[in-house]
Design a protein around this ligand. Structure first.
Ligand code: PGA
Length: 257
């Protein structure tokens, strides 16, 4: 199930950082780093920055996305944003199920599943995050937890819809901590995820299915991670806030590609 033809993707996740002016300038700079680059480059910005960032990205290869979405098309959901609203603002993808959403905002896999379904029905590419906590990792429960998250989050999703889903394996113990899964660990876990997809959605779907790694990715560990045949790209938090660092990671991706 090694698949040298899968594209590589590097996505920045800004979380709750920056301003509209900063987003515009950053995206213009990022477009330069991403041009003539074989890697698909995207930036998940806060809701308020989607429209200006998408405007700055117009005509470039940079994709702009959101970090969360609500599953309903509209209605009395104070403070929430729908898939159509994201598309209207210029987003082409959305991160769903980030561990911060799961832990701090109590999103469970069945809620995440409803969000994934809405995003796919509305034509938004989905970056689905899964990951185990330190406790689960130490108790050797990683595969069981990931299997559970994957199967519940993707329940009812058809094989042809999976083309629009990118999985991001983000061990919770590695996010923002400076601890990273070793490249070998990432390789092993990604292979397990791909096998789970193969068993449930078929080998061909699994061969094309992209799996990114996230959790304390920096310019000095990106290369070793991207060299793994099962690592199709990166989801980068802290290191995507500085244009120079993020551009460097993209250049590494282009070299390893
Ligand atoms: P980090 O965040 O790179 O700062 O660890 C990754 C993420 O949460 O997506």
């Amino acid at each position: 199930m090694e698949h040298p033809h899968r594209p590589k993707m590097i996505i920045g996740n800004w979380k709750m950082h920056k301003t509209i002016v900063e987003a515009r300038t950053f995206v213009s700079g990022l477009a330069v780093a991403a041009s003539h680059c074989p890697v698909q480059v995207g930036l998940a910005v806060p809701f308020t920055m989607i429209a200006p960032a998408a405007e700055a990205a117009r005509g470039t290869t940079v994709m702009i996305g959101a970090q969360n979405v609500h599953e309903a098309p509209d209605g009395a959901f104070t403070g929430e944003i729908s898939c159509q609203m994201l598309k209207d603002a210029g987003a082409s993808f959305v991160i769903i199920g980030h561990s911060e959403r799961r832990q701090l905002f109590h999103e469970d896999s069945s809620w995440i599943n409803r969000k994934v379904k809405s995003a796919l029905n509305d034509g938004l590419r989905t970056i689905l995050c899964i990951g185990e906590t330190l406790e689960q990792h130490q108790a050797d429960k990683t595969n069981a937890i990931l299997h559970d998250q994957l199967m519940h989050s993707l329940e009812g999703i058809k094989a042809d819809q999976l083309k629009h889903v990118v999985l991001a394996y983000e061990p919770v113990w590695a996010i923002g901590t400076g601890l990273t899964a070793t490249p070998e660990m990432a390789q092993k876990v990604h292979r397990f995820c791909r096998e789970t997809i193969a068993k449930n959605w078929g080998k061909d779907t699994a061969a094309d299915f992209m799996v990114l790694y996230g959790g304390s990715v920096k310019s000095d560990n990106a290369e070793a991670l991207l060299e793994q045949s099962q690592v199709d790209g990166l989801l980068v938090g802290g290191a995507s806030l500085e244009l120079e660092t993020f551009s460097k990671i993209i250049q590494i991706g282009a070299r390893v590609f």
